[in-house]
Design a protein around this ligand. Structure first.
Ligand SMILES: [Zn+2]
Length: 266
């Protein structure tokens, strides 16, 4: 792991030298690497503590919000440095400790690493159309939370989601091929968020996209005993979110609560 401090230090120096670099307040998001370098030892699962990874759910959420703010402003920092890609790869060979899990849609316009401005090793991403994870998706989130130490699970929908649109248009009729599985994963959405005669299609779709992110976040908690326990002990938060394709901004909602959750079953 000796390369990681070198990488971060070199990155910091590059930023200082770059006339387009973010102001000091932004650059401060990258603490000095020496602080954490000594603890970078792989555990049994190959997890390596991130050199400057957030160490609590609230800090993880703040880091994603800050990264999204940089993206919206056109001032990405962490994902701009290509000169140290080889060093970054080398530093991560020994293991990973992604601070956040991102469950989002497969839509090609939702580039999670860029829109949160996080380089390799920082986000554990699960993508399925409609950000509706099946059991394997939930198992992937469990793995990251239990074995890799992730502090936050963001379930992120987005505007103009084709999956949500397809579900709405099908209106309960089976979609072709294996798309029935997508419908099953989002079952109950239309019933939970019925069309209001006073709204147009666009407005209804926007409400469905938000409702779907919130429902999927709650469903993950309901379907996972392991995540239920981690949320109960406040080791992890599960936060619904919505990405706006036009502005690039991510809106975060309140973390899902155990009070609203059904008891988890295996
Ligand atoms: Zn989508």
């Amino acid at each position: 792991m000796r390369l990681l401090p070198v990488l971060l230090l070199a990155t910091a120096l590059t930023l200082v030298a770059d006339e387009h670099a973010a102001p000091a307040s932004k650059a401060k998001a990258k603490p000095q690497p020496q602080e954490h370098a000594a603890s970078a030892t792989p555990d049994a699962h190959g997890a390596v503590p991130a050199a400057d990874g957030p160490d609590s759910p609230s800090a993880a959420l703040a880091e994603l919000a800050a990264g999204n703010g940089r993206f919206v402003a056109g001032k990405r920092v962490r994902t701009l440095d290509t000169a140290h890609d080889a060093a970054m790869r080398a530093a991560l060979v020994g293991g990973q400790a992604p601070f956040a899990v991102v469950i989002t849609c497969s839509d090609s316009r939702v580039a999670d690493a860029l829109l949160f401005d996080q380089e390799a090793g920082r986000l554990f991403t699960i993508r399925e159309a409609g950000n509706a994870p099946d059991l394997q998706g939930i198992a992937s989130a469990e793995y990251a939370a239990e074995h890799l130490g992730s502090k936050l699970i963001v379930v992120m929908g987005h505007t103009s989601c084709g999956a949500v649109k397809a579900i709405r248009e099908a209106n309960g009729k089976p979609l072709p091929g294996n798309l029935w599985a997508l419908q099953a994963g989002m079952s109950g959405l239309l019933e939970s968020t019925p069309h209001d005669p006073n709204e147009d299609t666009k407005a209804h779709l926007a409400r469905l996209e938000e409702a779907n992110a919130k429902r999927q976040a709650q469903a993950i908690l309901d379907r996972s005993t392991l995540l239920h326990e981690l949320v109960a002990s406040e080791k992890i938060w599960i936060v619904p979110a919505l990405y706006n394709l036009a502005s690039g901004k991510v809106q975060f909602f309140k973390p899902v609560s155990l009070a609203a959750a059904a008891p988890a079953h295996h």
